[in-house]
Design a protein around this ligand. Structure first.
Ligand SMILES: [Zn+2]
Ligand SMILES: [Zn+2]
Length: 221
């Protein structure tokens, strides 16, 4: 006994499943299955391409960007996101999400376009970096140039996760580079597990707090 759709008169079949009394097509038209916010916007840093999401600047792979956009689709039905594709459009990105909604044991496939507006700006770190800001200088000393370079590369990668690095310089004493955050520089050097010395110079005040620049010196021999 196959059902007949009261809206279009079609009969239930493998190709045309029903949700309750209606065929899946009419059901989709009659019910609001999902909603996408009309205006979605993200700030993007024009220097490092990080995006400002939930209050922090973070790196987004294309996949993560697509997942983030798809997470904005709201529905009272269970949603699974099958695939997302991204395309650059004027002023932003057009994300197309292939989703499946489950209504009364019937899967409803939909393709949802989501437009994300991008506001071009500088992230906090790039902004500070462009202004010459730095709270620490790391000096690597002794050891072969190859060894120092290798250690510097690792340290820089770690510092850049949470802060930024500028003014990298190889000189006759070793390698010097500046780090935006004193706290991050000290953490990264501490994790190296080697003896280091550090001295602080007062560089001014920020929001009523005295700010220091640390000069951190590590010997690699
Ligand atoms: Zn129908
Ligand atoms: Zn940036």
């Amino acid at each position: 006994m196959h059902k007949t759709c009261p809206a279009c008169g079609k009969t239930e079949s493998a190709a045309l499943p029903f949700v309750k009394a209606f065929c899946v097509e009419c059901y989709s038209e009659r019910e609001q299955l999902f909603e996408v916010p009309k205006k979605l916007e993200l700030k993007r840093c024009t220097r490092c391409n990080k995006h400002f999401v939930s209050g922090v600047w973070k790196s987004f792979s294309e996949e993560e960007f697509g997942e983030w956009a798809a997470s904005k689709i709201k529905s009272r039905l269970p949603i699974s996101v099958k695939q997302v594709t991204l395309r650059a459009v004027k002023g932003g990105v057009l994300v197309t999400a292939d989703i499946e909604l489950e209504a009364d044991a019937t899967d409803i496939k939909k393709q949802v376009p989501i437009t994300i507006g991008l506001q071009k700006t500088l992230c906090t770190n790039c902004h500070m970096k462009s202004g010459g800001y730095r709270e620490a200088v790391i000096q690597l000393r002794s050891g072969t140039p190859e060894r120092l370079r290798k250690v510097a590369e690792t340290l820089i990668k770690q510092c850049e996760k949470e802060s930024f690095v500028s003014d990298y310089e190889e000189n006759k004493y070793g390698i010097d580079f500046a780090v935006g955050s004193r706290k991050v520089a000290l953490q990264v050097i501490g994790a190296l597990g080697r003896h280091f010395t550090h001295s602080n110079t007062l560089i001014g005040q920020r929001q009523g707090k005295r700010m220091f620049r640390a000069t951190i010196c590590v010997r690699m021999d």
